[in-house]
Structure formats: C-alpha cells, structure tokens
Design a protein around this ligand. Structure first.
Ligand code: PLP
Length: 411
C-alpha cells in the first residue's frame, strides 16, 4: 500500500485537472465515491440558482421566459451537452427525466419502423429501461412486443421483427462498457434503430455519437454532469430521425406553442421532443455543471478515470485475498466505465460502516459495492486512502452491526 500511496501523490502533483476540485463544494475529510449516482455541487450552482430565484423569478417574473432565456434553456443546454457527446447542434435537448426520454426515444423509433414490432434490450439493463419498455408493450395492446435476452446475446437477437434496440453503454452495476460504434453498426445492419442510454457515460468517457451513427440516446443530468438532485436529463435525436413521431405531444413540442392551435403540429427538429414547460430551476443548476465539464478536456477526464480505476484495483487486491471481495468490473480499463464494482456478501453493511469513516460509496442489490470515480472532484490520493479505511472496516468488523442488517429505503 505504501508504494501506491506514493504513486498517487506523484500523480496528484502532475494532475492537469487538479484545479477543478476547488470549483466544487468540498467537505473536509470526506472521500466521495458516489459521483456516478449524484455528482458534487459546483460552487457556482448555488449562486446561479439564487440568481434565478431572487432576480429572474422574484423580480423578472413572467418577463424572464424571454428576458432571462428560460424558454430556450432546453435547446441551449442541449447544444452544450451535444459537445460532450460528439453530437451536432440541434440534436440534443435537456428536458424531463431519463425514464421519460427513454419512452420518447422508443416510441419515436417505433414510428420510424411501422412494419416491425419488437423493442429489444438485455436482461440486466437498468430497471427503468425495461420497465418503460413493458409499459409501452402493455399500452400498445399487441402492436409492440418488449423482448429481453441475455447481455451477450442481444446483437445476435436482432432480426427483421426488431424495430429498436435499447442498450446502456456503461453498465450501472459492473461498469462494463459496450463498443458503441460496432454495436450500433450491427443493430443497423439488421435494419433496427440503436437507442443508447448514456447515463453512466456522459461526462465520464469520450463519446462520438456522430461517428458511431447512433440513432437516439438519453442520459442523466445528475450523475457525471453534476447537475444536482433530480436534474433534467437529455435526449439526442440524430438529425435524420427528427421527423419521427413525438408521442408525448405536449405543447412545448408544438411548432408554435403560443399560437394555442387546436391541432397538434410538431415542431421541426429535436424541439418536437420537448413536452411541457421547462424545469427552469433544475436547468439552471444543470447548466452550471455542464459548463464546468466543458471547461475540462474529456481526454484528460478519461485518462484520469482510467488511472483511478487501475489504482483502485491494485489497492483492493489484498482485500480480495483476505476479506473476500470479488472484482465484478472488467479489469481491463478499455472495457470499463468510470466506476469499479466489487461483490461481497456483506456489501450493504460495509457501505454503511464506511460512512462512519467518511467514505461514501454505494450499494447495489444484492451484493455489490460501487466506487464511483469522478476525475473533476477526486484526488489520486483519495483512492488508496479509501481502501485503507475499508481495510479498517474489515479488520475491526465494524460492518457487523444489527442496524446494518436491514436495507434502507434508498440505497
Ligand atoms: C441513473 C440511470 C437512470 C435514471 O433514470 P431517471 O429517470 O433519471 O431516474 C436511467 N438509466 C440508467 C442506465 C441509469 O444509470
């Protein structure tokens, strides 16, 4: 461990991203390894939200829809997110939750493949992805079939009945990363559309949706984008697919919302995938997180995330030998996103006991500990230090407490 600590210190000294840490609120002593679940708060977010509340809302009232550019925030922030994911201006909007955007993308894709009925995913996808598919199937009354196959079988299961395939790029539990371009190519070769959930990729990995020819994508605002709790999500619609049907045909997706027409007429471009009034407060905080991310170099972010993962895996090796942790993430960095997961029979209790030592990691049922690795907010030295504290939890068996035997409502 001593040599890993020394290595981490050396890496911190040469770290080009080090100045970003102080742009976020930091609590002394805390090692926060859960930025893949809820990102840290940029200091500028609290100023910006206060400005929206006290200036734009309190003083400006309704005039702020235009005066403070509230009305166009989904497109403006969408265009900024587009830069982070290799999309073109006009292909991304920031709105609604990831779940809702999954619904929009699936139904839009179905409208582009009227002669195909299957929407396909893998059995271990994030639950909301398959839940949304099930809802569409039930509501469609026979028109649509939601199909799930084993993760390794998905691409081969695409056939002439498949309208769209919904996959997550970086798996929420294991952090296993799929080959975006190659998988997209194979899905499209079979005539289906490729929809990607980028919740654990956006702001963490270099992405080029244009080069990968992705059809639709969605992703979270509150994870690596540091947009704040419940931040709006985003939807990407490749320009060639923007004539698709917007099934959630709310008035903000109308060609002229303020004409108050009786008939729905969809807006041109990605705007038709807006639904209702933009969430102004949430968008304000999200924009701060996205702006901060745009200041950083994504290649440097990825390089630091990879180094974090390798360092953590090295530091954890003795704990795997002595205390029964099993690495469930790919050991090779190129197949891994920006967290590292371990299975342990007492995973939940360990995560609770770690909090007593000021390390926040997270638990995913049934036995997974995830360590989220966020290059803008963590130092290299935090990685071995977190493992030192985990080793202490194991050695002193401080996880072995009655109150850690029942799961909390939110984990
Ligand atoms: C976090 C996450 C979501 C969250 O969806 P919400 O609608 O924002 O709650 C969806 N998909 C994946 C893969 C996620 O990791």
């Amino acid at each position: 461990m001593q040599n890993l600590i020394a290595k981490a210190q050396a890496l911190d000294e040469g770290d080009p991203l080090a100045p970003f840490r102080n742009r976020f609120h930091q609590r002394d002593g805390l090692i926060y390894l859960d930025g893949n679940s809820l990102g840290c708060m940029p200091l500028a977010a609290s100023q910006r939200v206060r400005q929206v509340l006290e200036g734009e809302w309190a003083e400006g009232l309704i005039t702020s829809w235009l005066g403070a550019q509230w009305a166009t925030a989904p497109q403006r922030i969408g265009d900024k997110i587009a830069q982070l994911i290799g999309a073109q201006p006009g292909e991304v909007i920031a709105a609604d939750s990831t779940s809702i955007n999954i619904f929009k993308a699936l139904t839009a894709a179905l409208s582009l493949r009227p002669d195909r009925s299957v929407i396909l995913t893998e059995t271990t996808n994030f639950p909301t992805d398959s839940y949304m598919m099930q809802g569409i199937e039930q509501f469609s009354d026979g028109r649509v079939k939601a199909q799930k196959v084993a993760p390794e079988d998905v691409v081969d299961a695409v056939d002439e009945s498949t309208a769209a395939v919904l996959l997550t790029h970086v798996h929420y539990k294991s952090a296993a990363a799929r080959d975006l371009a190659e998988t997209t190519r194979r899905i499209q070769q079979a005539g289906a559309l490729a929809i990607w959930d980028l919740s654990h990729s956006t702001g963490a990995l270099e992405l080029d949706l244009t080069a990968a020819n992705v059809d639709f994508a969605v992703g979270c605002g509150y994870k690596f984008l540091n947009g704040g709790p419940g931040a709006p999500a985003f939807i990407y619609v490749a320009r060639r697919n923007q004539h698709a049907q917007s099934v959630l045909s709310g008035w903000f997706g109308h060609a002229q919302p303020f004409a108050f027409d009786e008939q729905y007429e969809p807006a041109k471009g990605a705007d038709r995938f807006l639904c209702g009034t933009p969430y102004v407060l949430g968008l304000a905080a999200l924009e701060v997180g996205v702006d901060l991310m745009l200041e950083a170099d994504m290649a440097q972010i990825r390089a630091k995330s990879v180094a974090f993962g390798d360092l953590l895996i090295d530091a954890m090796a003795p704990l795997c030998d002595h205390y029964g942790f099993a690495l469930t993430s790919p050991s090779e960095a190129k197949h891994r996103g920006s967290h590292v997961a371990y299975a342990h029979p007492h995973a939940y209790a360990m995560v609770q006991a770690l909090r007593e030592l000021d390390v926040i990691a997270d638990f995913r049922t049934p036995d997974v500990i995830r360590f989220g690795l966020t290059p803008l907010t963590l130092r290299y030295a935090d990685i071995p230090e977190a493992v030192v504290r985990l080793e202490q939890v194991c050695r002193k068996r401080s996880w072995d407490k009655a109150e850690y035997r029942t799961l909390a409502a939110v984990t």
